[in-house]
Design a protein around this ligand. Structure first.
Ligand SMILES: *Cc1c(COP(=O)(O)O)cnc(C)c1O
Length: 377
């Protein structure tokens, strides 16, 4: 059996080596390392794939979130609501811009931001909601957009973990995640569902004016060369990364299908187990693209299970071990522990298993049988 990895980028590369290498070679040959034709063609291809008017590539997913918030003109003191159970980048940029992060609890079944939590957190200072499509599953966009409309708030989708997922609205229409809110961010970090071979990110919007503002912000606030109209940043997707993404974007759907197929096999193996809660797929199959496959381990010692797996050579991880409201950088005396019951519980229960496009049946069987064996010891 091939060595099991949390993410197996080498085996994935082996399948696409010729296309990726040829794509990178073009950049080396034309030396347009910054803003080369590859960046432009990737932008267009991603706009077509997502069905969104504007994709603005940038340096990474954290920048993408920050630039989206700058583009919306959010001001110091404005409150921005986001989930307590997510990667820190989301809350980090809110704080960095001197906006006030307001963390709210998540749903125990989907791990996504709680609608009730959002409603409770809204004040006259609230300006935006940042739903994170966590682990690849679409957040509840029907309700989030309705709340935003009712309270005149911006919605910034953090789509770093769910590129390619479809959200199905109550009326049956479907949209790709990242094209539903006012603006969205994504990351092309190597282990993400669409990953490059370094850092990369992008901002998406259907709003022409906002897209124009953001195109200036990513380039030092310039709309005309050497005229700096607004305070900007330097955040670019380089041409080599765009070349890698051009080779991989046509494969994104098949990559997501491979993740979904692996998830289905895991879930089948654990069906009905008293100590294991498998991930809920809240909507249609394509509402979850399994950036992570995350179990909840009940009435048992999750950390001992983790050690058991690591001892057998099976990597696994806890995403995320500490709720954001308990992180030193983001603790706030306004928070009440009673408002974070679910996140506080999830951090004790969650365990993410190896999840990538190259998992084979032998590996999945070994992982599932090693887990099941732990409970009958
Ligand atoms: C990965 C990730 C980011 C940040 O992306 P980078 O490209 O690493 O800066 C932001 N939000 C979430 C939810 C992520 O998973």
């Amino acid at each position: 059996m091939k060595k099991i990895q949390m993410v197996d980028l080498k085996s994935q590369y082996d399948h696409i080596k010729d296309t990726v290498n040829a794509s990178i070679q073009e950049v080396l040959d034309n030396t347009a390392y910054i803003n080369g034709p590859q960046v432009h063609s990737f932008q267009k291809s991603l706009e077509d794939y997502l069905g969104v008017k504007h994709v603005i590539p940038c340096a990474n997913g954290t920048d993408a979130l920050q630039i989206a918030m700058m583009g919306l003109g959010l001001q110091p003191g404005d409150e921005v609501i986001t989930a307590d159970f997510t990667f820190a980048a989301t809350v980090e940029v809110i704080a960095l811009l001197q906006l006030t992060p307001v963390l709210v609890d998540v749903n125990p079944d989907t791990f996504n931001i709680s609608i009730e939590g959002i409603r409770k957190a809204i004040t006259p200072k609230t300006k935006a909601i940042v739903p994170v499509h966590l682990f690849g599953q679409t957040a509840d966009m029907d309700d989030i957009m309705a709340i935003a409309k009712e309270h005149n708030l911006y919605v910034i989708e953090d789509n770093a973990q769910a590129i390619g997922a479809d959200f199905t609205f109550a009326d049956g229409t479907k949209k790709k995640t990242g094209t539903i809110g006012h603006v969205a961010s994504t990351s092309f970090f190597p282990s993400k569902n669409l990953g490059c071979y370094g850092d990369g990110g992008a901002i998406f919007t259907n709003d022409d004016d906002l897209a124009h503002i953001i195109r200036g912000i990513v380039n030092h606030g310039m709309y005309e060369r050497y005229h700096h109209d607004v305070v900007g940043v330097n955040s670019r997707l380089d041409s080599v990364q765009a070349a890698v993404l051009n080779a991989k974007l046509p494969l994104l759907d098949s990559y997501n299908k491979a993740r979904q197929a692996a998830a289905e096999k895991y879930t089948k193996a654990f069906a009905g187990h008293a100590n294991i809660i498998t991930p809920t797929i809240a909507g249609d199959t394509d509402s979850h693209v399994f950036h992570q496959y995350t179990l909840r381990i009940l009435n048992s010692d999750r950390n001992a299970l983790m050690k058991h797996l690591l001892d057998k050579g099976i990597p696994c991880a806890i995403y995320y071990p500490i709720p954001l409201h308990k992180q030193k950088a983001y603790a706030d005396s306004r928070y009440d522990e009673n408002d974070f019951v679910v996140t506080n519980q999830l951090v004790e229960e969650v365990l993410s298993l190896p999840m990538h496009t190259e998992l084979d049946d032998d590996q999945i069987d070994f992982i599932t049988s090693t887990i099941l064996e732990f409970f009958i010891q």
